[in-house]
Design a protein around this ligand. Structure first.
Ligand code: ZN
Length: 325
């Protein structure tokens, strides 16, 4: 080990270790002790604390300890030249609370789909507020809405806001429409596609100013690091987004499949899903072009059921047990 550098980026720690020669390692996660261990050929012993990252080397193992780490999301990789080991450790902040961003689709001049005199933007906001209510009542969440009224917020601003508040997860709420297939019914979950990941990577790798909205400047200005960090944080967005979508769908199918059938998880290049390092999902709760669905998703009682199913899906994804009351 030649040099250790720790950077703090919103709710992540990134540890950069310069090595004297290229190494391979094995990453081991120890949730019981909040530890990350990297098994690799390292000689000697070493111990130091950087910010609140405790780093130890001994018997060929490098261990890293952080308060409240989110070990599921932790990653380690070796940068291009093979000599910089990067360890990425997200952690819970704000007194250990989870930060959830709920994004009610459309708003203001952008009504979204409009059928039978109903505007999609209204349904999205109504369900978003109900989901926020469940999360706030739970007490273990800090909840943000990208809009709390009927006004327009550009997609780019929704992404940047989500990154700025250090979201643990992001859920965008929409209602579907297909005027040519009015028989179509049910819920669909959307996760970022490979193409979406690639496009965002190319865009941000070429545009440091834009990348700085999602990563700290110390990383952005370093071309090699920027690429590695972008690749890995976008992988988190997609892979963890998939886990989140699966958890949401599982609970939904159990509780609501008769009301709003489960149509599956799909991959798309949706702009709003591109928030590096944050698991993102877009939910199309039902079809506005189907009268049965429309009646369900505009009904306040059913909206509470939808919000409750999404809330329990979030709990499942985060391995949290339902609150005792
Ligand atoms: Zn929409």
């Amino acid at each position: 080990m030649e040099k250790v550098r720790v950077s703090y980026d919103r709710n992540y720690y990134k540890v950069f270790i310069t090595l004297s020669e290229p190494v391979s390692f094995k990453l081991v996660k120890d949730p019981k002790h909040d530890l990350l261990a990297l098994k690799m050929p390292l000689k000697g012993t070493y111990e130091a604390e950087y910010y609140s990252v405790l780093l130890k080397v001994g018997s060929g193992v490098l261990t890293l300890k952080v308060k409240n780490p989110k070990l599921d999301l932790a990653r380690a990789w070796v940068s291009k030249k093979g000599r910089t080991l990067v360890v990425f450790i997200p952690f819970k902040k704000e007194g250990g609370k989870y930060v959830v961003v709920i994004d009610p689709g459309h708003g203001g001049h952008d009504a979204g789909a409009v059928y039978y005199g109903v505007k999609e933007k209204t349904i999205n906001l109504q369900i978003a507020k109900k989901l926020a209510a469940y999360l706030k009542k739970d007490g273990r969440f800090v909840v943000y809405l990208t809009r709390s009224g009927d006004y327009f917020v550009p997609l780019g601003e929704r992404q940047k806001f989500t990154s700025k508040v250090g979201a643990d997860l992001f859920i965008s709420l929409h209602a579907n429409a297909n005027p040519y297939k009015r028989w179509k019914r049910g819920v669909e979950f959307y996760v970022l596609s490979d193409r979406g990941v690639y496009k965002k990577f190319v865009d941000l790798a070429a545009d440091p100013k834009e990348a700085a909205h999602f990563l700290s400047w110390s990383i952005v200005k370093d071309k090699t690091l920027r690429k590695g960090v972008l690749k890995n944080t976008l992988a988190i967005t997609q892979e963890e987004g998939e886990d989140l979508a699966e958890a949401l769908q599982k609970v939904w199918c159990k509780r609501l499949k008769k009301l709003l059938p489960c149509r599956g998880i799909f991959h798309r290049n949706f702009a709003v899903l591109k928030v590096p390092g944050v698991p993102t999902v877009l939910v199309e709760v039902g079809y506005m072009t189907n009268y049965t669905d429309l009646r369900t998703i505009t009904n306040s009682y059913y909206q509470w059921l939808i919000a409750r199913a999404l809330y329990f899906g979030i709990l499942d994804y985060l391995h949290l047990s339902p609150p005792k009351r």
